[in-house]
Design a protein around this ligand. Structure first.
Ligand SMILES: Nc1ncnc2c1ncn2[C@@H]1O[C@H](COP(=O)(O)OP(=O)(O)O)[C@@H](O)[C@H]1O
Ligand SMILES: [Mg+2]
Length: 310
């Protein structure tokens, strides 16, 4: 979707959030799934990252253990965390952090509990002179047992995160974060996305204006909903084209109307029958009867054929 339509209608919001982040605040972006939180967070990170005195970690994992592992890994690679602090071979401490191969050490680090990981992460961040910002893509599923660990990280680093719902059992964590609600996209932006999608995918739509108005209304300002609706109908359109082609095949049979031919044929047969009776021509009378039988049975076959083509 992003590749197709870009990032539409969020410029001001991204700028506002970036300004808040520069003040060093912990931020929580909220809004329903698909509203565009992750997209906005990414854009904010891109703008913050240009400052050299700031180290930015971007945590994409949604599961708790994975999130703490990702933080540890990023800190290892940026040189803030020494391998020995994660119970790795102390010889690795002398290595250039860029030379560390995560694939090789991941299994050992994975053995540590979230508590162990936090115990290594916190002092490493504290020991760093400059600022550290941790952008966590999604904390919706955070559990009460994890709150203490996140609060400890909050004390050491700045956090920007997203959640589609603020579970009340972790309210202690939410209190520490300044909430910014991500509003639905404006109708104009949604329309722009739909229009761009039609143009770029070359989707065939009978009435584009009506179609766009329909999907924009259905999506209700949610870009993910918009993407799903557009993707669904783009599939449908392919079927539709196929269907139009099939209909044309059927039309070849259906639209050749045999009715006038039948009426003329039956009228001639009836006429011939009377002619035969009037002139007493027995052979002509029999011939007319046979012709009637042939035309009637032909009619039955023709209609059955048209029925099948449908
Ligand atoms: N402003 C936007 N313009 C175009 N596409 C967008 C925009 N915001 C989000 N999207 C697309 O919508 C989808 C959902 O966005 P995402 O940021 O993952 O939502 P959330 O994190 O709130 O669930 C993604 O495919 C994303 O590329
Ligand atoms: Mg997200």
């Amino acid at each position: 979707m992003r590749q197709i339509t870009g990032r539409v209608g969020r410029e001001e919001l991204i700028e506002k959030i970036t300004r808040e982040a520069r003040k060093g605040r912990h931020l929580l972006l909220t809004g329903p799934a698909g509203i565009g939180k992750s997209t906005i967070l990414e854009a904010v990170i891109d703008r913050l990252i240009v400052r050299r005195d700031l180290i930015v970690l971007h945590v994409n994992e949604h599961q708790a253990k994975g999130q703490f592992l990702e933080i540890a890994r990023d800190l290892l690679e940026s040189g803030l965390l020494k391998p020995s602090a994660l119970e790795l071979d102390a010889d690795l401490d002398d290595l250039d952090p860029a030379a560390l191969e995560w694939a090789k050490i991941k299994r050992s680090v994975n053995r540590l509990s979230i508590r162990d990981l936090t115990a290594a992460i916190i002092p490493a961040i504290h020991a760093h002179q400059g600022r550290v910002l941790i952008a966590v893509d999604d904390l919706t599923t955070v559990t009460p047992t994890l709150v203490a660990f996140w609060l400890a990280i909050l004390d050491a680093a700045q956090i920007i995160t997203c959640a589609s719902a603020k579970r009340p059992n972790v309210a202690r964590l939410w209190w520490k974060l300044a909430e910014i609600e991500i509003p639905p996209l404006s109708v104009d932006s949604a329309r722009e996305i739909a229009q761009a999608y039609l143009t770029q995918t070359g989707m065939l739509v009978e009435s584009p204006a009506l179609f766009i108005a329909h999907v924009v209304q259905q999506a209700n300002g949610n870009p993910q909903a918009l993407a799903d609706l557009l993707a669904d109908s783009s599939k449908e359109r392919v079927v539709d084209k196929q269907r139009i082609r099939e209909m044309r095949h059927a039309a070849g049979v259906r639209y050749f109307d045999f009715t006038p031919v039948m009426i003329v044929a039956l009228a001639s047969i009836i006429g011939t029958r009377y002619l035969a009776i009037g002139t007493g021509d027995t052979e002509l009378y029999i011939f007319a009867g046979m012709l009637a039988a042939v035309v009637i049975s032909l009619r039955v076959f023709l209609f059955r054929g048209a029925g099948k083509a449908n």
